[in-house]
Design a protein around this ligand. Structure first.
Ligand code: TC6
Ligand code: NDP
Length: 281
């Protein structure tokens, strides 16, 4: 999809989890299209490395970094104050998330909280904090939340993630109505598989396979980032409360997470091996 180079000129986007993976790809695309960028994540060094790469790829890129654990509501407020000090953001991308494969009946309360705390509560804190600032200032804004297919159809062996992402879909639909009169749009994307280091290491024990995908391949990052750019741009100015699925047709061909059928028959030893090979963060 070819966009005018200045599609997002004059806009400022906050991308949570913008130092790695899809968040980093979305941030880079927004910079290429003329936006300025604020990125947050827990690891300052990861954010700094992303900024170096952005500046190498996009000459003149304006990016600020804001280390923050979005599970902490007080830290999120401080992070948003910090972002706003350089001028208001007018786009929020709820991209940061936590997820791992596990048998749900074996999850500890802390394990459930680790996923819900980041994926649902963290995104809610960021959204409410941005929305309040936009409404108080009388300015419009856009919230784009990155969901997963499991928000729409459940996700065996990633139940807390599915619950959290379904909650974000409900947030998108609820606030599209409540905040519509303020000129604030909320939109979402439910991606299928877009290979990232984290998704492959955590969620694809058998590697990325395309058996369940009618288009017979994984998504390319640019296919997600161009969709994201379109949805936050004025070209989608009358779209709100919607979730766009970008999954190569997987949902319509059974849709279950890759490997879920095999996982139904995994032994305790298989689960222990999966746990051992899941990165700590
Ligand atoms: C295909 C679908 C598409 C979706 C893609 C994505 O979402 S990609 C995005 C994916 N990207 C990411 O996920 C990146 C961010 N993810 C992370 O930082 C970590 O994975 C985190 C979510 C565990 C949080 O880390 P943290 O330092 O805050 O937490 P901690 O280490 O202190 O653990 C807290 C509790 O969780 C427990 N526990 C941990 N692992 C497992 C497991 N495999 N199994 C079972 N339980 C597990 C651990 O034992 C502890 O409970 P305990 O023993 O005290 O009762
Ligand atoms: N890749 C894929 O195939 C798919 C991805 N998605 C979604 O896309 C998004 C990005 O995933 P992906 O790029 O693959 O994975 P990553 O793990 O690379 O991205 C997650 C990002 O969130 C940050 N993060 C995690 N926990 C916190 C926290 N508590 N506070 C602040 N930041 C945090 C991480 O940085 P740090 O660790 O430094 O905090 C990291 O930058 C997620 O919402 C995921 O659910 C959905 C479907 C498929």
């Amino acid at each position: 999809m070819a966009f005018a180079p200045g599609l997002l000129a004059g806009r400022r986007a906050l991308v949570t989890g913008g130092g790695t993976g899809l968040g980093r790809s979305i941030g880079r695309r927004f910079l290429e299209l003329g936006a300025s960028l604020a990125i947050c994540g827990r690891r300052g060094a990861v954010l700094d490395a992303a900024v170096d790469a952005f500046r190498a790829d996009v000459p003149g890129a304006v990016v600020t970094t804001h280390p923050c654990d979005i599970r902490d509501a007080v830290a999120v407020e401080a992070m948003l104050d910090d972002v706003w000090r350089d001028g208001p953001a007018d786009i929020l991308v709820n991209n940061a998330a936590a997820n791992f494969l596990a048998q749900t009946h074996r999850l500890s309360a802390r394990a459930v909280d680790a996923v819900l705390g980041t994926t649902l509560h963290g995104a809610a804190y960021c959204t409410v904090g941005c929305g309040r600032r936009w409404i108080e200032a009388g300015q419009p804004g856009v919230v784009l939340s990155i969901l997963t297919l499991s928000a729409l159809q459940g996700g065996a062996f990633t139940a807390p993630s599915a619950m959290a992402k379904a909650g974000l879909l409900a947030m998108t639909q609820s606030l599209a109505v409540e905040w519509g009169p303020h000129g604030i749009r909320l939109v979402a994307i439910a991606p299928g598989t877009f290979p990232t280091e984290a998704a492959v290491a955590r969620l694809r024990p058998g590697g990325v396979e395309h058996a369940g995908v009618p288009l017979r391949r994984a998504g390319k990052h640019e296919e997600l980032t161009d969709l994201a750019a379109f949805l936050v741009s004025d070209h989608a100015g009358y779209v709100t409360g919607e979730c766009v699925v970008a999954d190569g047709g997987r949902r319509l061909l059974g849709g279950a997470r890759a490997g879920a059928q095999e996982m139904l028959d995994w032994t305790d030893a298989d689960w222990a091996a999966q746990r051992a090979r899941t990165p700590a963060r």
